[in-house]
Design a protein around this ligand. Sequence first.
Ligand code: GLA
Length: 728
Amino acid sequence: MIHYDEKNQIFQIHTKNTSYVIGLADGAYPGHIYYGRKMEDARCGFLMRTEEAPFTPAVCKREKASFADTFSTEYSTWGVGDFRESCLDVRTAEGQRGCELRYQSHRILDEKPQLPGLPSLFAGKSKAQTLELLCTDEVIGLEVVLRYSVFEDSDAIIRSVSVKNKSEKPLALERVLSACLDMDQNGFEMISLHGAWARERGIVRRPVAYGKQSIGSVRGESSHQENPFLALVTPGTNQEMGEVYAMNFVYSGNFLAQAELSQFDRVRMVMGIHPQGFAWHLAPGECFDAPEVVCMYSAEGLGKMTREFHDLYRNHLIRSRYTHQKRPVLINNWEATYFNFNEEKLVAIAKEAAKCGIEMLVMDDGWFGKRNSDNSSLGDWTVDKAKLPNGLHSLVEKVKDCGLKFGIWMEPEMISPDSELYRAHPDWALHLNEREGTQGREQFVLDLSRKEVVDGIYEQISAVIRSADISYVKWDMNRQLTDVGNAVLAPERQGEIYHRYMLGVYEMQERLCHDFPDLLLENCSGGGARFDAGMLYYSPQIWCSDDMDPVERLSIQEGTALVYPLSTMGAHVCDCPNHTTGRTTPFQTRGEVALSGTFGYELDITKIAEEERAQIPGQIAAYHKYNELVREGDYYRIASFRENGVYDCWMSTSKDKKEALVTFVQVFAKPNQKSFHIRLQGLDPNAEYRLEGTENVYSGSLLMYAGILIPREMGDFKSRLLHFNRVC
Ligand code: GLA
């Protein structure tokens, strides 16, 4: 998969369908030559344009500035002539900034190394190889390893960067991004996932214009607003056609993702930890590891990119033993009761849920301290005896007696000013000296950059999990980071807190996974503010959004599924009118949209209308029937309500192409609308498929190339499932 052609000084990285080629200009500067369809010819060094003006430093030193400003580098540095976006910016003990990396040596490893303390892709059952380019700046004593890993069964290239101080003096890292991709190409459009609370990850597309266009987060989490995903696509790219260059960050904190079109019509795409608020003090001998970026190229449109990401994450990122298992159908009491519940109420919900086939009760926010609204008790992870007088163990046993498993909500990263914890340890909250803390949802953020805070909170939450038979934890994080400082770290290390905070979160979740291997963990952040590849390393599912309105969910789930597998998308059936939009939709539609995620209910099952409750057993039967297809299958986007304003359609096809499930939603009943014409994807053209519930048999080629008609219905928000089984 990875070769070094010594004669041409060319590194070739091959995946199933793609190639990535690196050269060494003057034998010293790692330059980007090619990324795209598989191409095995190593005689491509001329593409570095080292023969063209302004020539290379070896030929003509006086032109070095213009060389640096045009050269397609593998990793850009600040201070010696590359005026485009820098990935690395280093300040010396004397306060000077400038860095130039020269190739020293390389290694090709037959493995994929893990990054210490960080989420990191793994080889699993596949073969892996890694290219490590060791580069140095001898003047300041810096060593940089550029890493590129590939798996035999994937088109992904996983990049990361480690920076080591080999000098006798400290160095300050002002920024360390994780990946740089310079392309000698113009005309790209960029696709990102934009949103807000309750409308996360909408797909946004815009032309790449001259200058820089970036997305990012400086909120201390990957955020509702932008997701750490960026794709550059050739014009006209759709699901099935066009070239796609995508990057996805395996990180859950601040990030920057940017496309920059330069004076010579070249594009530089970068991704990494956002430099705003970041600084890292690198003492002699210390090393900094920048998180991984997954690079994905597809010559077959966005659909191929999506399916490659889904397979990659299901096989090489998510470690949970639930990844490839059907998750229990849960009922969560948040929208059913909010803070107003007690043991009796929860047991009543569990009893009714059991009758319908629901398999787990999740007790959401409000069970601890004295939390009757969101203004207190975060940090006091002990049961509120007013609500649960017999304690947690007794409640869990009662729920289990109903035949359900038990899950619990926690928000381990937070502290309420009104809490025993805050009264005992006010310094455990992130804070700036002398400055009054900024509250968000009446809470502060715990300083998880500190070991004693991580240990103290972990001790509390693990004690809760040990105290009863708890099968599931919903790990929430309901505000963004402000006042990012503490009185513990030295002044020159204060810029490390954002990243150290993330390392603290990762450490806690790592310990949770290690100590409770059977626990099903679902990450969450005020809905879907931390839906990223970093969290998927610890939890096989993430709460997608607090918005469960199935119409809103169409674009939320479409955007999420552009990158992340359906098996990871937390999706529940809500009550109506919906709590975020006030919209009323058919129970069937709520169920059929949620079926494309992890599936569960978030309503008061003891109070909903009988005709709705009566539909639950059927919905759960559908979940059991289709979940494997949805969870393990190939996802194809057929039509988008976002684009056509009327209907939405997607499908999952099993890997062996023996069955397929199509979900169709007529969002609006347009007057005088004829039947909808859709063309399926991912089937075997030569096979025959029967549409379940009918005698109709169609060839795969008919279904895919000619298509089928779906009758228009009267009324808005109507969904239907079409299940095709291969008959020969
Ligand atoms: C967040 C979550 C919700 C719920 C509340 C509880 O908003 O996304 O699902 O758990 O917190 O406070």
